[in-house]
Design a protein around this ligand. Structure first.
Ligand code: NOJ
Ligand code: NOJ
Length: 407
């Protein structure tokens, strides 16, 4: 019977893509957002949406995460088309690193011609250079294993000061600025953040290894030392018996004022984005377990859409006090696709795949069921809102699929 309806209404076949179909669609969407015809080659728009909200810019963080996934995908499939995209991305990052900006490499957001954004913004955001370095170091390793040492030395890591290669510039910036407060990944609060610090720790740790391999021993010692100091700071200050892991300390000027619980999906994202490199917080450790429990219970309670469909996984937002509804900061926060999928990815990594499937089910249920994903879905109605076809939402799906070894 069913095939008969499919024959009459072929689109029904796409009513809810399988996770493998969704992976394909997400990959294609990421590629599309990374190859917009009016955008400088190698740059990625956060979303094709040019108004309400205008996300037609390249954020260093979003792009670094996009290309981390591309590098992971290249490692799996060795697809030459993806490799070519990665080389183009490296060229565009090298270009953008040389642009004058208000905050140097900490500048978070760029116009689509590669110049730094000139409007008011929460800057600097020092997770960007660290995330970019982590993705590029991984790619450098792959190139070395493929025998492309010349490219690595000329373009990626060259042991001279002042730095004239992309990775080294980011490592120098990170090593010299991690002690300074910067804006968090949500671009709202200036302070010291678990998310930013863990990425900085890992970038310097992995950078030190690469520097050693490429004969830059002095720099390696310096990076390793700074990485260890960050580790020490994270370990001693950011765990908490009540909520497991803290999000932000030492807020400058009081931060947002209304964000007080210190419960945020950002530490979860940090653990995932720095996997498999970070060894400070095991995913099964007591503080991480506690944190995941608190995070999940908080959002399960907060959003009525979670209670309306209790058999599915939990729609996770950014943090409970969030007022950003995808358009303005005068509303109330919602569950985000990337947060909901992150929890699914976490469960894979601790061997609880049935919970992963529930998180996938939740995310895909609120998608447009044809593979489209915006930034958020409404906490009461479940309908999508915020920037359409958000690169990061699709990237989160791809990453979860790869981590779960479904791909
Ligand atoms: C846009 C930012 O990207 C978002 O994270 C923030 O909540 C709003 N602006 C309000 O600052
Ligand atoms: C808002 C998010 O808060 C921020 O993390 C992101 O970089 C931008 N949107 C662009 O996607």
């Amino acid at each position: 019977m069913k095939w008969f309806f499919l024959f009459l209404f072929p689109t029904l076949a796409f009513a809810q893509p399988t996770k493998e179909q969704q992976f394909r669609i997400s990959l294609n969407t990421v590629i599309k957002n990374s190859t917009m015809p009016d955008v400088r080659p190698g740059m990625v728009v956060a979303s094709p949406s040019r108004s309400n909200p205008d996300y037609y810019y390249d954020w260093v963080r979003d792009t670094a995460l996009t290309y981390r996934a591309m590098v992971d995908y290249y490692e799996l499939k060795k697809d030459p088309k993806i490799k070519k995209m990665i080389f183009t991305w490296i060229d565009s990052e090298a270009y953008r690193q040389n642009q004058p900006t208000f905050t140097g490499l900490g500048e978070p957001k760029y116009f689509i011609d590669g110049s730094g954004y000139t409007g008011g913004w929460g800057r600097p955001q020092n997770d960007g250079p660290a995330l970019r370095a982590i993705a590029m170091i991984k790619f450098a390793r792959i190139l070395l294993s493929e025998g492309q040492q010349n490219y690595v030395i000329q373009r990626l890591y060259h042991g001279v000061i002042p730095a004239d290669s992309v990775i080294k510039k980011d490592l120098e910036y990170t090593a010299h600025h991690w002690r300074e407060p910067s804006f968090d990944l949500w671009e709202e609060e200036m302070g010291m953040h678990f998310y930013t610090l863990l990425a900085q720790h890992v970038a310097l740790q992995e950078g030190a290894k690469l520097a050693d391999e490429l004969g830059d021993g002095g720099a390696a010692t310096f990076y390793r030392g700074e990485s260890a100091k960050i580790a020490q700071y994270l370990k001693s200050e950011f765990t908490d018996s009540r909520i497991g892991i803290l999000t932000t300390l030492r807020k400058v000027n009081g931060g947002l004022g209304y964000k007080n619980s210190n419960i945020d999906v950002a530490p979860l994202l940090a653990l995932l984005h720095n996997s498999p490199y970070q060894k400070l917080f095991s995913l099964n450790s007591a503080p991480v377990r506690k944190y995941i429990e608190v995070l999940t219970n908080t959002f399960a309670e907060l959003y009525s859409i979670n209670k309306a469909f209790p058999s599915m996984g939990v729609g996770i937002g950014r943090y409970p006090e969030d007022r950003y509804d995808g358009y303005a900061t005068t509303g109330v926060g919602n569950p985000w696709f990337l947060s909901t999928l992150a929890l699914g990815e976490y469960y894979c990594m601790v061997g609880e795949k049935s919970k992963t499937m529930k998180q996938f089910e939740r995310a895909l249920f609120h998608s447009d069921r044809k593979g489209g994903m915006s930034e958020q879905f409404n906490h009461m109605t479940g309908h999508m809102q915020g920037a359409r076809e958000l690169t990061w939402s699709h990237n989160a799906f791809m990453t979860a699929m790869m981590r779960c070894r479904f791909i």
